[in-house]
Design a protein around this ligand. Structure first.
Ligand code: AMP
Length: 424
């Protein structure tokens, strides 16, 4: 199936052709026909699957056909709510790209910056608004935005919205929407709370699921290095020096951790930058731009900040810390291997992170290959033999006269699985 078979207008087909899109991704194939019929949609899909085009294309098509008969001032008829500024910006750019030859205008509003330019863009008139929840409500309260003409509503990355504590804002926004509208709801995971929220938004939706294992987890080459926390930075430097990593997105669990990694990498002469919630919008944009232009090779990010980073040329994702939420692992590795290209994800696992690895492997339903040989493995084996074994979080102390038990632990690290052996 090609985009031609989806019954799109010549204006949209032309824009897609110029972007080099010919084959719709699975989520696009499934969602576009449903949405063009005006139905509500519950989409279980993550970033990296082509989800933005899956909702932007049918919205643009329906709106441009209706707009042809309209005159007068533009009204906001589409609202896309998404959790982060990066994602919001990316979605607005995508609407601009796919809608290049339509007569539709979009703008984006998000917090953390002065509102003047955003208000000005709204004043000039837009058809499509992409927003993060807080700034949207702010501007509604100040009377700059009205939702009374909304015909298309998209709630994007719903699980992330809940994680970030936006639930009350979302409920307030929903209450302001006209009843008659087409609604789209996207989430990478479908916890009961998410399903509950989707029921408040959707009428009688069609459901489309693109499983992570069908997309990223299968495409991306994944491996794991067992290493002590202390040696992680040395291992990262070693890999950067020996593995020909071109453009690397490194994930840190905390903002502080991200800053520290950047500092240590710079000490070793690697140009890098951190991108997280404590950085100003400007600093994030500069870092992202430098990374895209190849001025810096390593970008260190937290999970939330990395949402919405759209980089086509990413060669490696490094999980410097394993995420404690297994779904985040799938999100993270989805940053490489986007839309057909293959990528590589490398994870570092310390003793304390073993339970996280177990959860991740349960979710992706496969064992990640272990790289058994690297210069820092011995340190880990030594540490493991020094640590008393833990059973259900309690230390198991040796009985008097009993030898300290360590072989089991060492065996775990040595024999975890028979993945590829790689000498470095
Ligand atoms: P998304 O999941 O919306 O973040 O999209 C992931 C990436 O895939 C973006 O860089 C898009 O530009 C790209 N993309 C989306 N759909 C297609 C397609 N049908 N063909 C090629 N690239 C695509």
């Amino acid at each position: 199936m090609t985009f031609k078979d989806l019954g799109l207008t010549p204006a949209i087909q032309k824009a897609l052709h110029e972007e080099g899109y010919t084959i719709p991704t699975p989520i696009q194939k499934q969602s576009i026909p449903i949405l063009l019929k005006g139905k509500d949609l519950l989409g279980c899909a993550q970033t990296g699957t082509g989800k933005t085009a899956a909702f932007a294309i049918p919205i643009l098509q329906q709106m441009s056909l209706a707009r042809a008969d309209e005159r007068g001032r533009r009204k906001i008829k589409s609202l896309i709510v998404t959790p982060t500024r990066e994602l919001a910006t990316q979605i607005a750019v995508s609407f601009g790209v796919y809608g290049k030859y339509t007569n539709l205008k979009n703008t984006v509003v998000f917090g953390g910056v002065k509102q003047g330019a955003q208000v000005e863009a709204l004043r000039r008139g837009v058809d499509i608004l992409v927003a993060t929840p807080g700034r949207l409500l702010d501007l509604i309260n100040q009377g700059y935005i009205s939702l009374k003409d909304i015909e298309y509503f998209v709630l994007d990355e719903a699980d992330q919205m809940l994680d970030m504590g936006f639930i009350h804002d979302i409920k307030k926004i929903i209450a302001l929407l006209p009843r008659k509208r087409q609604s789209l709801f996207f989430s990478a995971t479908m916890h009961p709370t998410i399903v509950e929220l989707s029921k408040k938004i959707l009428g009688n939706p069609e459901r489309v699921t693109v499983r992570p294992e069908q997309t990223t987890a299968e495409k991306v080459k994944q491996s794991i290095y067992f290493v002590t926390k202390k040696n992680k930075i040395r291992l990262l430097v070693h890999l950067l020096q020996t593995q020909g990593m071109e453009s690397v997105l490194v994930f840190s669990r905390t903002k502080h951790g991200a800053n520290k990694v950047v500092k240590l990498l710079q000490r070793d002469g690697f140009q890098s930058a951190a991108i997280h919630g404590n950085k100003s919008q400007k600093a994030r944009e500069v870092a992202l731009d430098d990374f895209k232009k190849g001025k810096i090779k390593v970008l260190v990010a937290t999970d939330i900040a990395a949402r919405g980073i759209d980089i086509d040329e990413l060669s490696h994702v490094v999980n410097y810390d394993l995420p404690n939420i297994p779904e985040s692992y799938v999100h993270r590795i989805g940053r490489t291997g986007r839309a057909g290209s293959s990528g590589e994800a490398v994870s570092f696992c310390d003793i304390e992170e073993r339970p996280y690895l177990k959860d991740i492997e349960k979710l992706i339903r496969k064992k990640i290959s272990v790289i058994h040989e690297h210069p820092f493995l011995n340190d880990l084996l030594e540490r493991a033999s020094e640590e008393p074994e833990r059973t259900h979080g309690h230390k198991r102390h040796p009985k008097p006269g009993q030898k300290k038990k360590s072989a089991g632990k060492n065996n775990y690290w040595r024999n975890r699985n028979s993945g590829p052996r790689k000498s470095s």
